[in-house]
Design a protein around this ligand. Structure first.
Ligand code: PLP
Length: 371
């Protein structure tokens, strides 16, 4: 018999969600079929049909028209394509793939709840007259959700294009592209149970955008290169499964609440970053005072539990989190913050394993403090 305490617990869905079995099946089938979607023969047309179906599925996920969807290699590429033509104005808590495109002084601050300051936004739009403003729908570290519709109204009045990074929001809360009022929106398959290396840029009708990759007519000339057919098929199936899982927010939100309540009982001095703001149902950015995030990560890892520090960069190194700094979280508290992110396959037993490991960590802290 398998000892349940020895099975790994995955609580890092915001980094990448486990791929759904039906997605793997659909991708395997797509990979077994030969055919370049640009070829006019039968196998080519079959590959084209698969892409067309997936385009409809991804469009449906965000209430957009299939024509609005351009497949990319992921959220990073979608953000780059939306914003690379001229330095955008960006919020100070954006993902690095957005922040890297902005001039250092052209960021709009957030308040201590992690919400974009609309007054400064208005002022900065007037001052810089940027081509575009970028605001994420939900933050990857804290889960804080922005009032994007209100931001869209401000951007529209100023005549500035709005780009919304919905990579973390999609699959966790309803994302309605027309309702948000954005000109462009980015998505990534691997955050919602699809494969890594595929995403989409969704375009408002008439939105003007240059191609990043040129030299082919694929994706209506917005993105040259033979399509990643199996990846796109997997993305489509993951999008369709997401829409079918109408209970996600309630189910995962209840697990998240159980986890947060459990931690607060064990450690009344713990706190949750962004707790007063609207948040994704799956994300907790937890500060356990006096225990560095390195110590926490190692402790949980040894217990077979995968969580992350807020800002693990692509090198795997954990640095100070610019998101927490932007929210005014004191440096010593930010150094004790970890991110726990749940998802489609999370169970009560995962939360309970986390709480039990947390108890061990806190016992060590008490022991240290009393020594
Ligand atoms: N935007 C946000 C908010 C993210 O969290 C991520 C990935 O962590 C990305 C963009 C990049 O997406 P991808 O990994 O598909 O390049």
């Amino acid at each position: 018999m398998i000892d349940p305490s020895s099975t790994p617990v995955y609580l890092d869905y915001n980094a990448t969600a486990p791929i759904k079995p039906k997605v793997i099946d659909a991708m395997a089938e797509a990979m077994a079929a030969v055919g370049n979607p640009s070829s006019v023969h039968g196998p080519g047309r079959n590959a084209r049909r698969m892409i067309t179906k997936a385009r409809g599925q991804v469009a449906a996920l965000v209430g957009a028209s299939p024509d609005a969807v351009i497949f990319t290699s992921g959220g990073t590429e979608a953000n780059n394509q939306a914003l690379a033509s001229a330095p955008p104005l960006v919020s100070s808590i954006e993902h690095p793939s957005v922040l890297a495109l902005a001039d250092a002084d052209q960021t709009v601050p957030v308040n201590t709840d992690g919400i974009i300051d609309t007054q400064t936004l208005q002022h900065s739009l007037d001052k810089y007259r940027p081509a575009a403003f970028a605001a994420m729908l939900a933050n990857n570290e804290t889960g804080v959700v922005q009032p994007v519709r209100a931001l869209a109204d401000i951007a529209q009045t100023a005549g500035v294009r709005l780009h919304v990074d919905a990579v973390q929001a999609a699959g966790k809360i309803v994302v309605d592209f027309p309702e948000l009022g954005a000109d462009t929106l980015s998505l990534s398959a691997h955050k919602l149970g699809g494969p890594q290396g595929v995403g989409a840029l969704v375009l408002r009708e008439g939105a003007e955008l240059a191609a990043l990759l040129r030299g082919g007519a694929q994706e209506r000339r917005f993105r040259a290169g033979t399509e990643n057919v199996a990846g796109i098929v997997g993305f489509g199936v993951a999008a369709a499964l997401t829409l079918e899982d109408a209970e996600f927010e309630r189910r995962v939100g209840a697990l998240r609440d159980r986890l947060e309540a459990g931690v607060m009982t064990l450690a009344p001095d713990a706190w949750i970053v962004g707790v007063r703001a609207p948040r994704l149902p799956n994300t907790t950015c937890l500060v356990l005072p006096g225990i560095s995030h390195d110590t926490q990560l190692i402790h949980f890892d040894l217990a077979g539990i995968a969580v992350s520090a807020g800002s693990a960069c692509s090198s795997g190194k954990v640095g100070p989190s610019p998101v927490l700094a932007a929210m005014g979280v004191p440096v010593d508290a930010a150094a004790c913050a970890i991110r726990i992110s749940l998802g489609w396959n999370s169970q009560e037993s995962d939360v309970d394993r986390f709480l039990s490991a947390c108890q061990g960590l806190l016992a060590r802290r008490r022991h240290r403090q009393s020594a």
